[in-house]
Ligand binder design. Structure first.
Ligand SMILES: [Zn+2]
Length: 449
């Protein structure tokens, strides 16, 4: 009798443990281009401003190093790494949801969908860009944007949000009609989402006006849709769509963009913005701690970012705070001002660079800025645009240098990316793992198939 009782007790414990291991809600956060120095740089900047502040996800109990190489190179692009993170398969750079032998491969989002979970895919960049695309599309070129936008429709996923899809502009109106015919309500802006979501079977959330990217966090104003709102919207919508739970991918896509530009201040603000979205998921986790798994990782490192400069010990990350807008926006502002005859001399330009970027140019820097400014020819719009953006690029280079931040690349690197996990099954993500391991482990924990 005693033996039967203890066996039954053991089975019960095993059953409870198995249930506790299987999360109902999975958040998969991907910081595009977010290497270790991106994370630590953003956290250092927060600490500089207030010693008590830090990123939420660096406090997660489990961490791992993740390898990111693709089937075709040690340095991956976002399509191959997206495919690895989504489907657990290595593929060639540029390929999406397809193995190198041309066979389609399916993502953890689809496994979740097929198992009856609600599914959301979201980003700050075009919704048919490589990383989100890897969760629903199958193409041998990430540039097949029209086809990828079409596969988004047929995915049947419940929630899409981010930048409008890149698409043939002449047929854009037609595309949205086909989305609506397939049961998607299109919401423009967070308020519009709140008005429409209750009656929507499936939903796509974009910005108020058609735009393929959200603005950089450093450039956003209160009316702009942001990634934290997208996360809130997704949770609200997906929670109602299935009793089983949901799988929700959220990409901070512009950490990568700013890193390609080597624009350090903008990068750190993007990581903070990504963290703001993770905090929304954490709040959800705190209400459902035994049923929620949150994974935060990256698809690759971008920029060869190093917090340090040559032989000096002069890291001065606080310097980044004096930069008031992204390099891209600065270029646009300069170009526009010049076109409107509001920027008429190199001295005025210097004053602006001091105001917007905190630059007090030394003689050498002043010489270079004058040289670039002298290339701008009156009335030649293309020339103005080109050189005003060159000046903005040089300005952000000065900011990096003065902060003692170095960039080894304008592209991706093969560095490990970090992974942080909390919640049901989080302990399964530790040590050195490969990016293809992540969806497989999510699947084995959540038991989608
Ligand atoms: Zn990427």
């Amino acid at each position: 009798m005693k033996k039967i009782f203890s066996t039954a007790l053991l089975l019960l414990i095993v059953a409870i443990a198995a249930t506790a291991q299987s999360p109902k809600y999975v958040f998969y956060f991907i910081g595009d281009g977010m290497g270790p120095s991106h994370v630590w740089g953003a956290e250092l900047l927060l600490k500089e401003l207030d010693s008590k502040r830090r990123l939420s996800f660096t406090e997660f109990p489990t961490t791992a190093f993740v390898t990111t190489f693709s089937a075709s190179n040690g340095v991956t692009d976002s399509a191959a790494s997206g495919t690895a993170l989504a489907t657990g398969n290595k593929t060639n750079n540029g390929w999406l949801g397809m193995t190198p032998d041309g066979q389609p491969c399916y993502s953890v989002a689809k496994w979740a969908k097929d198992a009856g979970y609600a599914v959301g895919v979201s980003t700050t960049v075009p919704i048919n860009h490589a990383t989100p695309g890897a969760f629903y599309a199958h193409q041998n070129s990430r540039n097949n944007y029209n086809e990828i936008a079409e596969e988004m429709r047929t995915s049947g996923y419940d929630f899409f949000a981010g930048g409008d899809p890149i698409y043939d502009e002449n047929r854009r109106a037609e595309l949205y009609k086909t989305y609506e015919k397939s049961g998607y309500t299109i919401a423009r802006g967070y308020r519009d989402f709140c008005n429409k979501s209750k009656d929507a079977a499936r939903i796509m959330l974009y910005q108020k006006d058609i735009a393929t990217q959200l603005p950089y966090a450093i450039d956003q104003n209160d009316n702009d849709l942001n990634l934290a709102q997208i996360t809130e919207a997704g949770i609200e919508f997906l929670s109602r769509k299935s009793n089983k739970g949901f799988f929700f991918m959220i990409e901070g896509g512009k950490i990568d963009y700013a890193s390609h530009s080597n624009d350090a201040a903008t990068v750190m603000h993007e990581v903070e913005d990504f963290d703001a979205a993770i905090r929304v998921a954490l709040e959800f986790y705190n209400n459902h701690p035994d049923e929620t798994l949150i994974i935060v990782t990256a698809d690759h490192e971008t920029g060869g970012l190093v917090l340090g400069y040559r032989s000096n010990y002069t890291l001065s990350i606080k310097r980044l705070e004096a930069q008031k807008c992204s390099e891209e926006k600065l270029g646009n502002i300069l170009d526009e001002m010049y076109g409107n005859k509001k920027l008429n001399s190199c001295n005025e330009l210097m004053a602006l660079l001091e105001q917007m970027m905190g630059i007090k140019a030394d003689e050498k820097q002043r010489e270079e800025i004058s040289r670039l400014y002298s290339k701008v020819v009156d009335g030649d719009k293309e020339q103005s645009r080109k050189y005003m953006h060159r000046i903005a690029n040089y300005a952000s280079e000065i900011v990096s240098q003065e902060s003692a931040i170095s960039w080894a690349s304008g592209n991706h690197s093969a560095a490990f990316v970090p992974l942080f996990a909390i919640g049901a099954g989080a302990e399964r993500f530790n040590g050195v793992i490969d990016n293809t391991d992540i969806p497989k482990r999510i699947n084995s924990i959540a038991e989608y198939k």
